[in-house]
Design a binder for this molecule. Structure first.
Ligand SMILES: NC(=O)c1ccc[n+]([C@@H]2O[C@H](COP(=O)([O-])OP(=O)(O)OC[C@H]3O[C@@H](n4cnc5c(N)ncnc54)[C@H](OP(=O)(O)O)[C@@H]3O)[C@@H](O)[C@H]2O)c1
Length: 332
């Protein structure tokens, strides 16, 4: 099969298309012929060696395709089924947090930048038929993360105001859709006025450019005194995010695009009675909730661009530069 095999960390040029061995399904596994895959910021971190993984590895956590072969003991999945990949490996049965040994598909396990993938049968779910193949492939990791962050962790309610930082990002665009569908008023930040305008087209009530010095005050003013929930995948912004909250607000966090270390004052968190909620991807129950939301809520993943698998390096360069709005898709 054709696959992008990461043999060394480095710039986008290390992502090369190779002829790799076809996977065979082990017991309890299926082989899926992928139609499309999609990028996440994690793939950029993996390629640069920031998210460590043994090499060589096939990157990619997102994908959709057709079941090609079944291993022994697989029930409930048939050859020819159109499926979407659930990228949490070994989450376990609990809803509070993943078990020790939890892994993300696409490093250390071979991922979706390939024509074929062998994966446990519990990691394939029926593809939402109202989405295109590209939209289906764009959904898994980022959609799951946004769903768990807002629905399972922050427990958003209709009428609340949610501020999503960095709306150009893949997870951020899903957060906008999910919060709007829940009846929330959504505000956004971005480095780009054009991306704020695109977010308005998707239902955001307004936004502020975070390259402006006074963006926190502007966001508080726009919200009428502070937002109920901030969705923060930037990390370095935690203190500013707390300043955007109304008393008793919730800050939900899952990333460090702007830096993995946070320094902040304790007092605004304690006096403001702020809840800081960590989250990571999601359980099978979260994934089923996401797929149900997609079936019933009428929104679709925001696709930035679509390229053939062989052009994965170009897609990485675009994502790393922050030029994108939504998800970058690769087709096989
Ligand atoms: N823990 C988990 O399970 C989990 C799951 C998914 C993602 N993540 C993390 O969440 C982050 C986002 O992932 P992604 O795949 O959505 O990334 P992405 O598509 O590459 O988006 C990154 C976005 O971050 C925004 N950004 C960068 N610096 C910022 C700053 N100082 N203030 C506000 N926004 C800023 C930019 O928005 P603009 O373009 O609008 O300026 C950029 O487009 C990554 O750190 C990723 O590792 C964690």
């Amino acid at each position: 099969m054709n696959a992008i095999v990461l043999r060394d960390t480095g710039g986008p040029e290390v992502l090369r298309l190779e002829d790799a061995p076809d996977p065979a399904p082990g017991p309890g596994e299926v082989v899926v012929a992928l139609v499309a895959a999609a990028l996440n910021r994690r793939d950029v971190f993996l390629r640069k060696g920031i998210a460590p993984s043994p090499l060589p590895v096939i990157p990619g956590s997102d994908g959709a395709g057709v079941v090609r072969a079944l291993g022994d003991g697989v029930n409930g999945v048939a050859e020819g089924d159109e499926v979407i990949i659930f990228p949490s490996l070994g989450w376990g049965g609990g809803e509070a947090a993943p078990e020790r040994g939890f892994r993300i598909l696409g490093g250390p396990n071979d991922g979706t930048y390939a024509e074929l993938i062998g994966i446990p049968a519990e990691n394939v779910f029926p593809r939402p038929s109202r989405l295109s193949w590209e939209e289906s492939a764009a959904l898994p990791l980022a959609g799951l993360t946004a769903y768990r962050a807002l629905v399972s962790r922050a427990r958003i309610r209709s009428g609340e105001t949610v501020l999503v930082l960095g709306i150009g990002g893949g997870v951020a665009t899903f957060a906008l859709h999910i919060a709007r569908a829940a009846g929330c008023r959504v505000l956004v930040t971005s480095s780009s006025d054009d991306k704020i305008a695109r977010a308005r087209d998707l239902g955001a009530a307004g936004g502020v450019n975070y390259t402006d010095e006074g963006w926190v005050d502007a966001a508080v003013e726009m919200s009428g005194g502070g937002v109920d929930v901030v969705v923060d995948s930037v990390g370095a912004t935690w203190a500013k995010s707390v300043s955007c909250l109304r008393p008793g607000g919730r800050l939900v966090v899952f990333g460090g695009t702007g830096g993995g270390k946070v320094e902040m004052m304790v007092r605004p968190v304690t006096m403001g009675q702020v809840a800081i909620l960590g989250t990571t991807m999601g359980s099978a129950r979260d994934f089923a909730g996401l797929l149900s939301a997609v079936r019933h809520q009428g929104w679709a993943p925001v696709i930035d661009s679509v390229r053939p698998l062989a052009e994965a390096a170009d897609a990485h360069a675009r994502e790393e530069a922050g030029e994108h709005f939504g998800k970058l898709v690769l087709t096989t």
